[in-house]
Structure formats: C-alpha cells, structure tokens
Ligand binder design. Structure first.
Ligand code: H79
Length: 487
C-alpha cells in the first residue's frame, strides 16, 4: 500500500492504535512476573550437547509395545474390544488374578532380536523405543525388584537385553519406555487419601527409582527414557519427586534424554512449568497427532510425535478397526513432523509369539524403500525458516549442505510447484532426488517467487525436489542464529 494515498486522520488513527497496542502488550508482559518455581525446568531453551544434537538429527524411529496384553490381542472370553489393546484389562474389567496369570503364557518363542533390529533398520529408523513396563506392570527384563517379570515367565530370557544388543549392533540407538502408572504393584496409588496411602506410595516411588537405576545400570548404552502414566494426582502433586528423579537419572547416566511427561512442578503444572518453560528435554504431547503448520511455538523447543498405524492401537490387536494408515500417509506425517522441527516414531505391536503381522511388515518395507531414495530430506533436517508453506507439501532444510527439500504430496494438475524464497536466498539448481542429473526449470514469476516445472508423469509416490541454495552473507549469519550447529 502506498502511504501517500492515506488521509491524515487515517494515519493518525493507525499510529494511535499501533502505539496503544504496544503499550498494552508491554503492560501484559510486565504483569506476567515469573512465579517462584523451585521444581520446574532444569534449564531453559534447547539442549545443544552432542547427545541431544544426535537425537535431533536422527529424526525417525520405531516404537514397540510388547507385554502380556499382546497375548490377548484385544479379545477376552470370546469378546473383542476395539479400544487400545494394551488397555484391555480396563476395557474388559479383567480381574487382577486372571490378568496377572497371563505371565504363565508369556512365551514369544519366535522372538529374534536380530530380525527385530533388522526390520527397524530396513525401515530407516535410527532409534528404537520399547516398553520395558507398561501400565499392567509386567517387566520385560529380569528385575531384582519384582517377580512380575520376564524371568518368571516361561520365556525366562532377557528379551530387552537381547534387543538392545541387537539394535546397537545394527547401529540403532535405544530409548526405553517406562510407565509410572502400575496396575500390578500393591503400593501404587492414583491419589493419596490416607496416611497408609502415603506410606505405600513412598514405597512405590522407591521401587520406581530402584528399577530405573537397574535399567540404566544393566543397559548403559541406552540414550533416553520415555515416561508414561504420569497423569494421576499422586504423581502430579509431587513435583519435588519428579524434579529430583530427572536430576538423579541424568547424574547417573550423563546425556540421558528424558521426555516432558515425566514431570510436574510443585504447582501441579505438567510438561511446561508454571513459568511456561518445558520440563524434560523434549515435548511429547504429540501422541497420534501433530502440530499444525501455524503452531510456531513448537519451533522453540524439541519435540517428538508418536504414531500408530491403525487409529489407536499400540499393543497387538488381532482386529484393526477403523482407518489404517497407508505408508504414504505415514511418510507425510513424518515429513510434517520434521518440517516443524520434530522427531517422529511409528509404532509396532508384535504378536505374542514375537513375530510381526503382515500389515506392519509391509509398512516397514514401504517406508524403508522411500527412505532409501528420499531419506536425505528427513535425517539431519529441520524447519526451513522463512520458506512459506505451499499446498504441494512440506519444506525441510539442511543448512549444513545448503539444501532446501520440497517433499511433495499433492502435485498440481498444472505440473507447476510454487516456491516463495526468503530474501537473500537464491536457488542455484533444482532437481528431483530420484533423478539428480536432470535439472528442472525454475521460472521466476515475481519477486522471490518461482514456479518449478515438473517433468510430468514421473512420480507415483511422494517425492522430493531439491533446491541447492546460495545465501547472501548477511542472511547466512541471521539464519545461523536460529539453527543449532550440527555435529
Ligand atoms: O502406551 C500408549 C498408550 O497406552 C499410552 N501412551 C501410549 C504411548 C496411553 N495411555 N493412556 N493414554 C495414552 C491417554 C491417556 C488417557 C487418559 Fe485417562 C485420559 C488418562 C487420564 C484421562 C483413560 C481415561 C485413562 C484414564 C482415564
């Protein structure tokens, strides 16, 4: 808009409004004085140590849910339950004695640690996370603190240890899932209503600390702990304990990466403390959902999205109801996560014998095939600062190699992909990752605006167009300010 076209009263009103709004936002800021939080975030901002940098660069992983619920596969006494299979004890109101007796049937004879690791590796995952103890309380490792563990099942062996070794051998990192909520432990409480509850829960917390110490000592190669089942009053009203626990775990296992869900502060605030600072090392609220492209707050912290293949099944359910995601959908969700600066995990629920259902095997293969060609647009990539999202898909950026990746999911009928580049960044060359020798025509259609001319009929799957970028020196410095240094 040409400012000379505006009348004087209009200009006055505009300036008055601008000044007024900045004063009111200043007043708002001033009134938001920080709360005195003793058990909040351990630090402010993103971690930039080598362990966290490595975690951020891996970007893609595999989640595994395996436990006694896997035996039932969503069915109890002839009735099938469509709710999440790992929650069947709750859905079917299975009495404790009947449910906990499942331990005598736990015998995944076809479990092959190397095959599990190979499947994750082939899918393109860089890290694997497995449930060591879900809400049911059954422990997938031989624990000296309970008999409700794999050592007391017919299987007897240390499945967890074998898997960790196999993964590490295959070059995969491992992070462990641990549920605070525990339906089996006699001292677990959802809320503290009496002195005896308090005594019991104190014992339970000791059990948790002992088991976590045990896990970290037995499996020193693990990179992270992922906590779940922390929404009960008993836990969220004890911010001091989870604060001290996070500190303790990081002390005995330097570099450990912990999700936000572990924590509450002394005011009961979860994930973010009462001053709005993220607790733990990354936000994990993106369970079966992702932030939208307009949710720029997520760019300010690390986060991870976790996704089920069917609608909401983590453990093995024989019958998948509702929509089952295709590999292309999953690839789109993964790309969306990376384009917003997040990591992404796909969940698998192995069968009770330790094998994987066909749908999961197919998913792993299909993602793997795509990653082989296009993985460069995922690994080590981040949000593409300044590149305005377009309807064809998502941008990711690799600032080290000066590349912008356009991951295309919706090809326009015209065969023209619109690009608006930020000021100071110039497109040197443009090509499809699947055909890097063939440069695509880049038509300049306006200031910082271009059409990429696709070669028609070339793509039947989501594909990546690479923009080799040359940056003005000044802009380069500005952008480095936003981007963590790569190791
Ligand atoms: O392990 C998978 C799920 O079983 C577990 N997290 C993933 C990774 C999970 N359990 N519950 N939830 C996720 C969602 C939480 C649901 C809750 Fe509730 C709503 C908790 C409290 C209110 C359902 C209703 C459970 C208790 C009441």
């Amino acid at each position: 808009m040409n400012i000379r076209c505006l009348s004087k009263p209009f200009l006055f009103l505009t300036f008055a409004l601008l000044i007024g709004s900045s004063i009111s936002s200043f007043a708002q800021e001033a009134s938001k004085s920080p709360k005195d939080v003793q058990y909040g975030a351990l630090y402010i901002g993103k971690r930039h140590d080598p362990d966290m940098n490595q975690w951020r660069q891996m970007r893609f992983g595999e989640f595994l849910h395996f436990g006694l619920y896997s035996i039932l596969g969503g069915s109890w006494q002839g009735k099938h339950y469509n709710g999440a299979a790992e929650w069947i004890k709750a859905w079917a109101h299975i009495p404790d004695s009947a449910y906990f007796s499942l331990i005598h049937q736990f015998n995944p004879v076809d479990f092959d640690a190397d095959a599990w690791a190979a499947m994750a590796k082939k899918m393109g995952a860089k890290y694997v996370r497995i449930t060591t103890k879900h809400h049911e309380g059954f422990c997938l490792w031989p624990s000296k603190y309970t008999d409700f563990d794999i050592a007391s099942s017919p299987y007897k062996k240390d499945l967890l240890g074998e898997l960790i070794d196999a993964c590490n051998k295959a070059g995969l990192k491992v992070s462990l899932y641990y549920s605070i909520l525990d339906w089996h432990h006699p001292d677990w409480r959802s809320s503290i209503k009496s002195e005896s509850d308090s005594v019991a829960y104190t014992k339970y917390k000791k059990y948790v600390k002992n088991q976590l110490t045990e896990l970290l000592e037995r499996y020193p190669s693990i990179i992270g702990m992922w906590f779940d089942g922390t929404w009960d009053k008993s836990w969220k009203n004890d911010g001091e304990f989870s604060y001290k626990l996070e500190k303790y775990l990081k002390k005995i296992h330097p570099g450990l990466i912990v999700n936000a869900r572990l924590r509450a502060d002394e005011y009961g605030a979860r994930h973010f403390d009462s001053n709005g600072h993220l607790m733990g090392d990354y936000e994990d609220g993106f369970e079966r959902k992702l932030p939208s492209a307009s949710d720029t707050a997520v760019l300010g912290y690390d986060w991870e999205g976790i996704m089920t293949i069917p609608e909401n099944q983590w453990g093995y359910n024989k019958i998948w109801n509702g929509h089952v995601k295709t590999a292309d959908e999953m690839i789109e969700l993964m790309t969306q996560a990376v384009s917003m600066g997040g990591n992404f995990l796909v969940n698998f629920g192995p069968k009770p014998d330790g094998s994987f259902r066909m749908e999961e095997q197919y998913m792993a293969k299909a993602i793997g095939a795509w990653m082989k060609v296009n993985g460069r647009a995922i690994y080590g990539c981040d949000h593409a600062y300044g590149w305005e999202k377009q309807n064809w898909g998502y941008y990711t950026s690799d600032t080290v190699n000066h590349k912008i990746y356009m991951v295309v999911f919706n090809t326009p009928i015209s065969g023209l992909l619109k690009v608006k580049s930020p000021k100071g960044q110039h497109i040197n060359r443009c090509y499809a990752l699947s055909n890097p020798m063939k440069y695509l025509q880049v038509e300049n259609i306006g200031k910082q605006e271009f059409y990429i001319h696709l070669i028609k009929q070339e793509h039947a799957q989501p594909y990546v167009i690479v923009l080799d970028i040359k940056q003005d020196q000044k802009k380069k410095r500005e952008q480095n300010y936003h981007q963590p240094a790569k190791t």
